[in-house]
Design a protein around this ligand. Structure first.
Ligand SMILES: Cc1cc2nc3c(=O)[nH]c(=O)nc-3n(C[C@H](O)[C@H](O)[C@H](O)COP(=O)(O)OP(=O)(O)OC[C@H]3O[C@@H](n4cnc5c(N)ncnc54)[C@H](O)[C@@H]3O)c2cc1C
Length: 399
């Protein structure tokens, strides 16, 4: 529904684009301009790079940018680092980090999972102990994507062993480039080595880098996870019919749209008239459209201050979609799918797609965990038994 606020935002956007946008503008100059003129995160407050727009208003402005072919808006949905900082960071931290995060000038990683705490993330044992105006951190993290290049990590650490496991955790903006932080790469099934083990020994984080309240990091984490799951559920932003090999460089939110490029592959393989192939392509397409609509719902709930169950539905759905896309890709290639290597790019891409689908069904919380969340929080099914829920973490049996 159009409002006067919307029309004025649309008029302002149109005027801004007319005065500043051209396809020849230097990308970095454009990026800075869009951020500083508050077009990159329309739903955020005006004090922090936003315009306080409601979701429907923001969508109209985003459509104006898209129609002009001008990139920039959307960071309020996709930028998990800045979004978490906005929701829970102190003004001092926000002043230091928001703009560099929007400009992608700070490399970040997620220091959540540990060898004994993946799905059961509240079981983390990495510990932070207060020492004057700093915290001293010891422990081990694992599966940390991007840790080798990261300047900072969003760290969850146990700060009170006498509280039940969800309640004694604090969230920190942790400096990665310091003595006591050792990063060791892990090789993935795809051949990439994007994630790592991180060993933390007597490393330090200032008290001013605490994000959210002491011992209430679990709630900060839920917001950060909701951002991550929404980004992982939103394949559409990858745009058009990019070749599947584009997926090798994929980050969250930039993977290609499988029903579009698989239709092209079906044509290339002379199978576009096969009724079974058509049926599977159409199923994929419907699945993606429904997932897009669910993504819109999740965004609206997140904007209203809700949490993650709808984002879980989107992420689960995207994982299913990408697994089916990989299977269909193999079906289209037939015997050729058994080949691999750079001499056989189509089958190499197929192998990558099949393996990389697990990124979506494990990273950010497994499919089974998303099903638990959907069952308990969307469908209202009985909760899983939690024998250690009210027990001091110190007394919980550990492996
Ligand atoms: C590509 C990729 C990138 C990642 N990047 C990061 C990162 O940057 N930072 C980070 O901290 N972590 C990262 N992870 C880790 C990821 O979040 C964990 O792998 C995931 O949460 C599962 O934890 P786990 O591996 O310890 O498996 P486990 O928790 O040991 O689970 C093993 C199996 O048991 C099932 N299971 C466990 N508990 C339940 C339950 N209650 N109900 C039903 N089934 C259950 C799981 O679904 C799974 O199938 C990444 C993982 C991948 C694959």
């Amino acid at each position: 529904m159009s409002t006067s606020g919307t029309s004025s935002a649309v008029a302002d956007a149109t005027a801004f684009l007319a005065a500043n946008w051209s396809k020849d503008v230097d990308p970095q100059t454009w990026r800075e301009l869009v951020i500083d003129e508050r077009w990159s995160a329309l739903r955020w407050p005006s004090a922090w790079f936003g315009r306080d727009l409601a979701d429907d208003e923001a969508k109209e402005v985003e459509a104006v940018f898209a129609a002009a072919g001008a990139p920039g808006p959307g960071q309020d949905i996709t930028n998990l680092w800045a979004g978490t900082m906005l929701a829970f960071g102190s003004d001092e931290l926000k002043a230091q980090f928001m703009r560099p995060l929007l400009l992608d000038e700070v490399a970040m990683c997620l220091l959540y999972s540990e060898p004994g705490a993946g799905s059961d993330l509240a079981g983390i044992r990495t510990t932070a102990v207060r020492d004057g105006e700093e915290w001293v951190v010891n422990g081990q993290k694992v599966w940390t994507s991007g840790a080798r290049d990261a300047d900072y990590g969003m760290l969850i650490a146990r700060t009170d062993w006498d509280q039940p496991k969800h309640r004694g955790i604090t969230f920190f903006w942790f400096p990665m480039r310091q003595p006591g932080v050792e990063v060791r790469p892990l090789r993935q099934a795809t051949g990439d080595a994007r994630f790592n083990e991180v060993f933390i020994t007597d490393a330090r984080v200032p008290e001013t880098h605490r994000v959210g309240e002491l011992n209430k990091g679990w709630w900060v984490l839920q917001t950060a996870l909701a951002y991550e799951r929404m980004a992982m559920g939103g394949v559409r932003r990858g745009g058009g019919g990019r070749a599947p090999s584009g997926a090798t460089a994929a980050a969250h939110g930039t993977i290609p749209v499988p029903d579009v490029w698989l239709t092209k592959l079906a044509r290339d393989m002379g199978k576009a008239d096969d009724p079974v192939v058509r049926q599977r392509l159409m199923t994929l397409h419907c699945h993606r459209v429904v997932n897009d609509l669910n993504g819109e719902r999740a965004k609206a709930v997140a904007k209203a201050g809700g949490s993650s169950p709808l984002a879980s539905l989107g992420k689960l759905s995207m994982a299913m979609l990408l697994h089916e896309a990989g299977r269909l890709q193999g079906h289209l290639l037939g015997m050729e799918a058994g080949l691999d290597g750079d001499a056989f790019p189509r089958s190499r891409d197929h192998n990558y797609s099949q393996l990389n689908a697990y990124f979506f069904s494990i990273g950010g919380g497994t499919d089974q965990i998303q099903r638990n969340i959907i069952g308990e929080r969307l469908l209202g099914l009985p909760k899983e038994p939690e024998v250690d829920r009210d027990v001091a973490f110190r007394n919980v049996a550990k492996s």
